[in-house]
Design a protein around this ligand. Structure first.
Ligand SMILES: NC(=O)CC[C@H](N)C(=O)O
Length: 380
């Protein structure tokens, strides 16, 4: 027999369902993700720290869970909210069921609720804080109070929490991208390997794999690593990772990026890294109404007019109206016109708001990794 579970939003909405994870209570910002696949990559994406994720695709758990699909060391989301957990999970790569996977990691989950009603509330009213309780000790009044007490993600620096404690080297390439493995590296290419220092604000493993597959020898460093330490490593380029929370309070990262820009180091940023590059260049960021979380978001390349389908996961965005003269917009969302990419006109630095590592999602934007390689090659 499954135990009961309840999700209470700060606006007082109550969703009663059944528990599919650990017993307990968890508070966070409730966000909806429209991707039809990749629930395990979503759960383990560190950008989801302090967020309770609901998936609009109704059947979640069909293929169970396995160690290869993890984007980090384990589940990072504060909880999972779904319509239906299938009775049986079936896949040759499966090592455990999704509910066992949640339980083993002490993460709460709820199923058998109307996720369409929940998503409509989030779309209409904007991001809501919520409390998910599961098990025998449910107290809806306490859940409502906890949801209302949660201060929200605005102003919250979570990159420091998501980052690695110590630097480490990353060597593993991609192994299973849709469309086959990347072209083998040219042994006669004397520029290889490119020495890349990757700032970890909550990095996803597939980003590191895509860098390694393109001939980068990657050193991942903690979020608070000063620019001087990075410069002393004499990198060919610096990567700024995705990550959770609000970019604005990450003043240590903004200061480091400013210094790296002054040294004309090739820079490439993804998502939180994109927002931090913008802040370091003098632009502003803002909290979006309900953000972008999905795997089918159309984004236009403003230079070519080409439209790419992209993965997205962000609740903050760079305010295009605040761009200084040194920043040029390069990509725009065709869902809501928001800014999706920028490049510095005076330094070899560029960034993208969505997820070119597409994990999960389409690979249309993967060439941005090649653009980073080219910018390091051009610098010589
Ligand atoms: N995936 C990310 O890097 C997210 C960036 C930031 N935390 C946001 O929500 O906008």
């Amino acid at each position: 027999m499954r135990k009961p579970a309840v999700l209470v939003l700060e606006d007082g909405s109550v969703f009663r369902g059944t528990s599919i994870g650990a017993d307990g209570s968890s508070v966070g910002e409730v966000v909806f993700n429209t991707a039809m696949t990749g629930y395990q990559e979503i759960l383990t994406d560190p950008s989801y720290l302090r967020q309770l994720v609901t998936l609009t695709y109704p059947h979640i758990g069909n293929v169970g869970a396995n160690p290869e699909d993890e984007e980090s060391a384990g589940i990072q989301a504060a909880g999972l909210i779904i319509r239906h957990l299938p009775q049986r999970a079936s896949n040759f790569r499966q090592r455990e069921r999704l509910d066992d996977y949640l339980r083993r990691q002490g993460v709460v989950g709820i199923a058998d609720i109307d996720t369409r009603r929940l998503t409509r509330i989030l779309r209409e009213k904007g991001a809501q804080n919520g409390c998910l309780q599961a098990g025998d000790a449910i107290d809806e009044a306490a859940a409502l109070a906890a949801a209302r007490d949660f201060p929200g993600l605005k102003g919250m620096d979570l990159a420091q929490q998501a980052t690695t404690a110590e630097p480490y080297a990353w060597t593993q390439g991609e192994w299973a991208l849709e469309g086959g493995l990347p072209a083998p590296l040219d042994p006669a290419d004397e520029a290889l390997p490119f020495k890349v220092v990757a700032y970890d604000f909550g990095v996803k493993r597939n980003i590191l794999r895509m860098l390694a597959s393109r001939g980068c020898s990657v050193t991942v460093v903690p979020a608070r690593t000063p620019a001087a330490e990075v410069l002393a490593m004499n990198p060919d380029g610096v990567f700024l990772s995705n990550g959770p929370g609000d970019p604005e309070p990450c003043d240590y990262a903004i200061a480091a990026i400013r210094e790296l820009l002054e040294h004309q180091v090739p820079l490439f940023g993804i998502c939180l890294g994109h927002q931090l590059l913008a802040l370091a260049s003098g632009a502003r960021t803002l909290k979006m109404k309900f953000g972008h979380h999905g795997a089918n978001h159309p984004v236009q390349d403003l230079a070519t007019g080409a439209v790419m389908i992209s993965s997205q996961n962000h609740g903050f965005a760079v305010d295009e109206a605040s761009l200084p003269e040194t920043l040029q917009p390069t990509h725009r969302s065709l869902f809501d016109g928001s800014l999706q990419g920028i490049r510095r006109c005076d330094c070899p630095a560029f960034s993208f708001q969505g997820h070119p590592e597409a994990s999960p999602g389409p690979c249309d934007v993967a060439p941005l990794f090649d653009q980073f390689i080219e910018s390091m090659r051009a610098r010589g």
